[in-house]
Design a protein around this ligand. Sequence first.
Ligand code: NAD
Length: 479
Amino acid sequence: MDILNYIDGTLVGPRSDAWLDSVEPATGTVHARLPRSNADDVQAAVEAAERAFPMWSALTAAQRSEIMLAIARGIKERFDELAEAESMDQGKPVWLAKAMDIPRAVDNISFFATEILHTHTRAFETNTSVINYTLRQPIGVVGCISPWNLPLYLFTWKIAPALAAGNCVVAKPSELTPLTAFLFSQICIDAGLPPGVLNIVHGLGAECGKAIVAHPKTKAISFTGGTVTGADIARTAAPMFKKLSLELGGKNPTLVFADVDVDAVAKKVARASFTNQGEICLCGSRIFVQRPIYDAFKQALLREIATITVGDPRETTSRNGALVSEQHLEKVLSYIDLARAEGGTVLCGGERVHLEGRCANGYFVAPTLIEGLGTECRVNQEEIFGPVATIIPFDTEDEALRGANSTTYGLAASVWTNDVSRVHRVARLLESGIVWVNTWLERDLRTPFGGVKSSGVGREGGEEALRFFTEAKNVCIQF
Ligand code: NAD
């Protein structure tokens, strides 16, 4: 199967005729090829976007909303096909793509399509003869670059507010998971999105992604991916004075206090650590447990992890599927080796899982829990982004907070306790953009989303995203 670029309303191959293989992680076999686009393809996409901008930005919010809602309906109509494609490309179970990724893609588009019907701007009365009002205007051509872990989910999370605000977009999905973005381009054509409003260019980050970031006509870049890549993008974009939203890596703490229901919370903590094979930037990878319940909680967590079946993503019985690529598999296994070298004890998992039949060559890793490592060791400092978590005892709230805040990251934290005062104290002191209390991954799309420290710059979600994708202009009138 050939995945094609979507430029100026049509599906086209790369100008250089260079292609990349797309591998199915559950089987290790090539299932498609995708364009290895370069700066020429990006140039064509930017030109198409520039041509479309005057028309798209001049539509009323209601007109843009109508087209975007048709796109959301198009996703729903191809729901099963999209879920199966996402699973094949990424390695996640089909049931999870149906429960999480594809519904969320629909929600992303519908949310921003309707949010723009309810926005307002502000006016400031300086005195009886001077009034100011603020316009929020679309920026022009913007670049959106997304990662492989939640492919269509994060791709639409960026594109939807950009388009809703009246911008034209040049977007690039991860080269590891291009398939649903390709299907999405077909859906946009069928929904009647005018040519050039959205352009999707496939290829490698260092080539195609970099060309989007470096292009003088892309005025804002919304990026989700690794922290090292984010720094590279900032180096290119900052001297060009582009607006930048960087959603980067995490090393998220889970804080379990002694007053909780051990069995019930262990179930939820296992989900927070291992959903999507641990390949969610929000997964809790460092589990801090208060000493009085440490042993009981550890045993309950191990019992829960034992129920996580690793298997063929097509099977409904598989709770976890394959890791996204062979390279990522090697990275995750190398961190498990490092944990042993740093003096950690692997309590469960700790190895590649070899399946029979169709998935014999797939990239599967058993959910792994490690204890005995200090907060400062590399395994507790660096993002692994796989089914690997550490468990660490603590005595006091201060100690838990010190451990939680000890990394350079600050994306999300979860706190498990029934003590209301503690909830408020701890939530204020955690260095992270998101704090969940007695829950995890509960998302209201109106809320600000993003990280602090090395987890990123800027916020997405709700009005924050619309603010990012518009420029404020003050109009001051003397009358
Ligand atoms: P990555 O940084 O390798 O790639 C992300 C995207 O950027 C891909 O499309 C890639 O092709 C592109 N890219 C790579 N180098 C580039 C460059 N120099 N210029 C422009 N584009 C470039 O990340 P990944 O491995 O795909 O994703 C995993 C990372 O994403 C993890 O660190 C994870 O925590 C992070 N992530 C963060 C969030 C969040 O919301 N904060 C969400 C999901 C994933």
